[in-house]
Structures are given as structure tokens and as C-alpha cells.
Design a binder for this molecule. Structure first.
Ligand code: GRF
Length: 187
């Protein structure tokens, strides 16, 4: 299964996939390309691993450009790994059941527009929730609303801050993403 990994930031999840492929944990997966929508450290990780890398401008035809790249690279699954641009409804329909996303909460809680990164963790702390977690889900035109593939909950430690949650999430999300990719590549 040829995958495209879309990134906007540090790329620690991209690195986890690169490492899992190198260590033969994902025998049916081949990273076709990495697509970045801004200057970010993830680009360096892709270049270091000698993976074809595309930079797309954050303009109105971003989805069309990503569509073209994925078609040209024979991509079968698109992985949003910290990708911050919103893909168009048309694109999500075209690639239905072929786009997955990683979200740092137990969806459907704390999803939707504006809910990303630390904002999610701050909302969880403000609500005094006892649990949070990580979700891998399909992407549809409804932001964070697609079918859930896998979730990993965790108990929130007493007096935890948003930064503490971010650290726990960062550790839990990698194995969950790899597990989801393994599962999808076996189907
Ligand atoms: C992750 O925490 C993920 O849950 C969210 O964005 C972050 C990306 O981190 N969607 P990185 O760029 O993979 O390090």
C-alpha cells in the first residue's frame, strides 16, 4: 500500500512511520511521498530519509495540488500527521475511506474547527475530565467527524497541565498510528 504523509510541523509521527517501515513493522506499506504545506522540521526528516518531498502553497487550490501529487505517486492512503490545512469537501469525497488523521483527544470530544494541538489539551483540563486519549479516524468533509478506526484512552494524572497531556499524547499516538496503518494495510 503506497501512502502519502501530509505534515505541517515537527514530524515526530512521520518519523515514527519512517522508522516502523525501516524496521519492517509495516511490511505492506511503502511511503510514496511526504507533502508539507509550510516550512517545518518534518521536511528535513523526509529529506534525510530520501523520501520524495513536495511543498504545497497554502492557497485556494491546495487540495487540487495534493490530489494531483497523490495521483501521480499512485497513492492509495493519505495520512494526515499533524497537517494543519483543511482539505476541501470535494477532495474528502474523492478520497473517501482513503484519508486518515491523528487527533489528540478522544473524539467526538474536543474535535472540530480550531481544536488542534494545545487548544485540545487546554479544553480537556478546563473541563476537569478524568480521561483523555488519542484517536485515529477517517477524514470526511466534517472536521474530525469521520469514522473512528482506533482509540487509546489514558487516565489524566492529578494536577496535570496541558503540557503534561501533550507529552502523554505524543508517546501514545505513535504506536496507535502504526497499529492503524498495519491494520489497514492487511485489509
Ligand atoms: C500530533 O500531536 C497529532 O496528534 C496532531 O498534531 C501533532 C503532530 O505532531 N494531529 P508531529 O508533527 O507529528 O510531531
Amino acid at each position: 500500500m503506497r501512502i502519502a504523509i501530509l505534515v505541517s510541523g515537527n514530524g515526530s509521527n512521520l518519523q515514527a512511520i519512517i522508522d516502523a517501515v525501516a524496521e519492517d513493522q509495516l511490511p505492506n506499506i511503502e511511503i510514496a511521498c511526504v507533502i508539507a504545506d509550510r516550512n517545518c522540521y518534518a521536511i528535513e526528516r523526509a529529506l534525510d530519509a530520501e523520501i520524495p518531498m513536495f511543498y504545497v502553497e497554502r492557497e485556494t487550490n491546495l487540495s487540487a495540488t495534493v490530489h494531483e501529487i497523490c495521483n501521480e505517486e499512485d497513492v492509495e492512503l493519505i495520512v494526515l500527521a499533524g497537517f494543519l490545512s483543511i482539505l476541501s469537501a470535494e477532495f474528502c469525497k474523492e478520497w473517501q475511506n482513503q484519508i486518515i488523521n491523528l487527533h489528540p483527544s478522544l473524539l467526538p470530544k474536543y474535535g472540530g474547527i480550531g481544536m488542534y494541538g494545545n487548544k485540545v489539551h487546554q479544553a480537556v483540563i478546563a473541563a476537569q475530565d478524568k480521561q483523555s486519549g488519542v484517536t485515529v479516524h477517517y477524514v470526511t468533509e466534517h472536521i474530525d467527524g469521520g469514522e473512528i478506526i482506533l482509540q487509546q484512552p489514558f487516565d489524566i494524572p492529578e494536577n496535570a497541565t496541558a503540557e503534561d497531556l501533550a507529552k502523554i499524547v505524543s508517546e501514545l499516538e505513535k504506536p496507535l498510528l502504526i497499529k492503524a496503518l498495519y491494520q489497514l494495510s492487511q485489509e
